[in-house]
Structures are given as C-alpha cells and as structure tokens.
Design a protein around this ligand. Sequence first.
Ligand code: SF4
Length: 455
Amino acid sequence: MKIYIKTYGCQMNENDSLYMMGILEKEGHEIVGSIEVADVVIINTCAVRKKAEEKFYGKLGEALHLKKNKRDMLIGVGGCLAEKEREKLLEKGADFVFGTRSYPRISELVEKATSGEKFTYFEDHIDEIDSSTPRRLKGHHAWVTVIYGCDRFCSYCIVPYTRGREKSRPMEDVLNEVRNLALKGVREVTFLGQNVDAYGKDLGDGTSLAKLLRESLKIEGIDRLWFLTSYPSDVTDELIDVVASSDKISKNFHLPVQAGSNQILKRMRRRYTKEEYINLVNRIRNKVKDVSISTDIIVGFPGETERDFEETLDLLKTLKFERVNLALYSPREGTLAYKIYEDDVPREEKIRRFQRLLEVQKELNRELNERYRGKVVDVIVEARAKSGLMYGRDIRNKIIAFEGDESMMGKWAKVKVRKITAGPLYGKLVWLEGSKDDEDKTLWRSGAQAKSEEG
Ligand code: SF4
C-alpha cells in the first residue's frame, strides 16, 4: 500500500515516524511524499501547544476531504493528541487511533484497518523497538531515542500523561544501534529523551547518560554526539566532565529554564530555583571550554507579575544564552496548571513580554556571534536552506550558511565566517572533505572548532 506519514511536534515524534516508515517498508509498503496518492494517511500528532493541535485538525480536514472521492483511503492518528483525544478522533473521522507506545505494531494496525473496522489501540509495545528495528535514515545524522516518557510532571505539561513514565533502553542495545548506524554511514548521533539526563535511572544497574556517551565515543565512524533535552536538576558533574573530555561531544547544553522567578518556577513545579540554575550554568561554563547554553522560556504563565517577568528578563541578560526558544503559555487540558490556575495574563500582555524578551535576545545573539567574526569553523554539511545556501552547524550548534551544492552533504567542511547576524552566520567555504585540497585530514578529524585565521 502507498502510505503517507505527516509528523507534527518534537524530534521524538520525528524519530517515531522514521521507525514507522522503516517498519512499514519492511512489510512491503511504499512510503509516499504526497497525500493525494496515498492509500493510508498516518498523522503523528503533537499536543504540547494549541497551535500544533490546530495544524493537525487542518491536516485531518484535508485527508477527510480527499476521502470523499476515495472511500477506501484509511486515516490513522498517532502521537500525543491521539493519547489525549482517543475515541473522540474516531468520531471526527479517523479510521484508527493509536498510542505513543503502540507504533511498533503499525504494520498490524494498518492491516486491521483494511478490514473496515474502526478502532483505537493503546497497548505498550515500546520494548519492541531495539537495534534490529528497521528505520528510515535522513542523511548523515540520526536521532536515537534512549529513554521514553517523563516522570517530572511539570504543571503545564501534557507529556507525562501522553508518553507515560520513564523507561530507558538497555545501554548495550543503544550502542548496537549506534554501531549499525555508523556502518550505514551515519556520522552524527543525537541521544533523545524528554528528560535525557534521567537515562538509566530506572534500569538500576548504574547506566547513565554520561556512561552511554563515554562508550559511544569508542564507536568508529561516529564523529559527533549530541543529547537532548536536559532537565536542569538532573545534570550531573559526571555528565559535565564527559562533555568536557572529548571534542566529539557537542559543546552545547540545552537547559530549559522556563522562568526566571522562583515564584513561577514553583507554580510550574520545576524542581530547581533560579539560584540553583545559575549555579549549574556556572559549573558547566567553568568546566566545558567554549560551551554554548540554550534554553526555553514560557511567557505569561498564570500568576506571572511584571516583577516575575523582569526577573526572567534579568536572567536572560545575566546568563547570555546562545539561543532561546520562547513560547506563550497556553493552557492544556489534562494538566495540573489547567486545573488549578486561571490563565490570568491577558494575551496582549503575553505578546508584549514575548516581544521584549525577543528584542533583548536578538541583541545578545548579535553580540555573542561577534566571537565568530573572521574565524574558520568546522561543520558537517547538513542541507540546503530556504535561502538556497547550504548550511552546517559547528560543535556549539551554531548554524553557518555558505554557497555550495547537495554533493557536499554529510561531509566535513571549513567555512570562514564573513557575515554576522543575530541568527545564522554566513561564510565562505575554504575546505571540503574529499576535495582536491583535502590534505590536512588531521584538522577535521580532531574536531577542533573555530580556529582563528588572519584576515
Ligand atoms: S520535564 Fe517537564 S516539561 Fe519536560 S517533558 Fe517532562 S513534564 Fe514536560
């Protein structure tokens, strides 16, 4: 059958879809890039924000419209919204609805749906995903989910309810997957988890993210390792030391702070204070040379006063994050915040605060990016940007765009930074792996970053 998969939301969802594609292809199905030609449409949904939910309903509407002229077409809905809405999605036109831990059985679910039965399926089969599971690859980089679910229960977040409690994969199996990926030409791996720092805790055998990174360093062919997303109070000194110890591990910590006021952090049920967070950032910066720290902030959480907001603004100015993802608070049914707090910051006020943070962050970005001016930076070429330029990222997760073509993808390159903006950097390619001038292999093998050059 021809199957079209549309994915919304985070990297975890993206990765789940890549596994679904691999599983379906192995069973002889064809994954197609256009909804119009599909026999089966699978929508992998996100429930974290209202906007993602609205996008899903738009796509469902499109699929239902096509189904009017193609009655045999099947519509399957998975992901976080499927967990939240369940049977309601059958009423809205889906043929089958499945859970975030049920997708390893996607092939059987499609098979069952062809019989004409409408159904929901929420059994936990997540343990069936292992290093032998077929998966689609996208270039030289692969996500590897190492822990499912989250036990943190932040008051605004739906994830612990839609993705369940924490469950780690055995370390040897993760390592086998990374070895297999390396054999297939993957050079960069990102270990994924909603709270990736909790990796191994539930296994009770001493497994940890730090150990996983240390073992992964031994795998030949893998040039860079990343991990995402960290929960601040779960970051250990052991992890910081491992990151500091190797040029192959990204020098970027994504540490969502969410707010700069202790009153708001408490209402969010985040398990750290502003002071503890600052202390962690300082510990990381003291140990990991040239590290970049990025964060997430929610603006206009219930009860956020002007003073609370000013504290967040101060934190931004003090800590000078390399990147900040800003989001307006939106109440999510099923969460604690939805139940116990009134969404009392007016929308215009949320937008004003959002814009103010954005302005300040833009200035900071420009200032921080100045350090790159005139430097030659090592990147692995990733893809073509909408601008038509090729781009890659350095080990600090900084994006650099330059003239080039698709044949460069997956190769190491040296790019001399020519133009600084508040967003990406722009530069000129000065060396490409495998090219005629590829004489000094030791430089890129070392993974050394941002070497200064004259001029
Ligand atoms: S740590 Fe908090 S915000 Fe992150 S997934 Fe878990 S509950 Fe949600």
